[in-house]
Write a new protein. Structure first.
Length: 297
């Protein structure tokens, strides 16, 4: 597909940022009307489903780089089949439901050119994901979805609002930037910008306003070799930042459940899984310092 059509879809997603939750509700209404059994695949409350939908739309907005994020789409397809029971035929239903939702929401703005662009992009994506699902060994399938009750629609209020989320991230990134091991991922990064973006992202995940304009976690981290051990360490630092802000262990547990739902999209088993964003870029690898003492970190 030509880049022009992908850019039309990206601009369309950007233009609908303020309407994302309403579009999400239209999408799931159409999807469940087409096949009510999909409620078992897309289980969870409104906050959970809206977040999943926003992540999907952010991925579609990144499709200018389709060739680069194709491995991430393949992993996502495999994860949806093995963990959630999604099937290849469900992708066509989701495509049809999204086209119906877009047509209903955009009305006259859903021009023939824009409709053709959306149809083309969705066809590309569903093709990649269908091929990936057909290659998966179904014997590996399992049901390990997040507890549906973990997504508390009032979590943002319980935390104390966006200001408290910001303060937690300020504590978190102060530690991360100075960390003798994980700090190696942040060379040349602007701390205030990262704090703002992470706050916007998590506020939306907690059911608040969706002001996040960045890429999905999978795309942001696709060139970084982040190991299971590093992810564990990052989570322990985040949890401590939450508790240091004076929040309860129950709130920390709920926050971490939400945060951990993105873990699979950024952790890699080998450096070969890293995907470069531009020609000449090298994978970002942070070897453990020889003198690293986790107890003192």
């Amino acid at each position: 597909m030509d880049t022009h059509k992908r850019l039309l879809v990206k601009q369309s997603v950007d233009d609908m940022r303020e309407q994302m939750d309403a579009l999400s509700q239209l999408f799931f209404r159409e999807l469940f009307h087409l096949d009510i059994s999909l409620k078992h695949v897309f289980a969870g409350n409104v906050v959970f489903l809206n977040r999943k939908f926003a992540n999907m739309m952010n991925t579609l907005a990144s499709l200018k780089y389709l060739e680069k994020i194709k491995p991430s789409l393949i992993k996502m397809a495999e994860r949806h089949l093995l963990a959630y029971g999604a099937q290849a035929e469900h992708l066509e239903l989701a495509k049809h439901a999204l086209m119906l939702a877009l047509r209903s929401r955009l009305e006259d703005k859903f021009t023939e050119e824009l409709e053709a662009a959306w149809n083309g992009v969705l066809t590309e994506v569903t093709g990649i994901m269908t091929d990936a699902m057909e290659r998966v060994d179904r014997r590996e399938a399992k049901r390990d979805r997040q507890d549906d009750d973990a997504y508390d629609p009032d979590l943002l209020n319980k935390i104390g609002g966006a200001d408290t989320v910001m303060k937690v991230h300020e504590r978190f990134y102060d530690v991360m930037f100075d960390h003798p091991w994980l700090g190696r991922f942040f060379g040349g990064k602007n701390k205030p910008t990262l704090i703002r973006k992470q706050t916007e992202f998590m506020v939306a995940a907690f059911g608040g306003p969706n002001n996040y304009k960045g890429d999905t976690p999978a795309f942001v981290h696709m060139h970084m070799f982040i190991t299971e051990e590093q992810a564990d360490l990052r989570e322990s630092i985040l949890r401590q930042a939450i508790l240091d802000q004076g929040l309860s262990t129950d709130i920390a547990d709920s926050w971490m459940k939400m945060d951990q739902s993105f873990r699979r999209s950024i952790v890699k088993q080998s450096v070969d899984e890293c995907i470069m964003k531009c020609k000449g870029q090298a994978p970002l690898v942070a070897p453990k310092p020889k003198d690293y003492d986790q107890s003192a970190a």
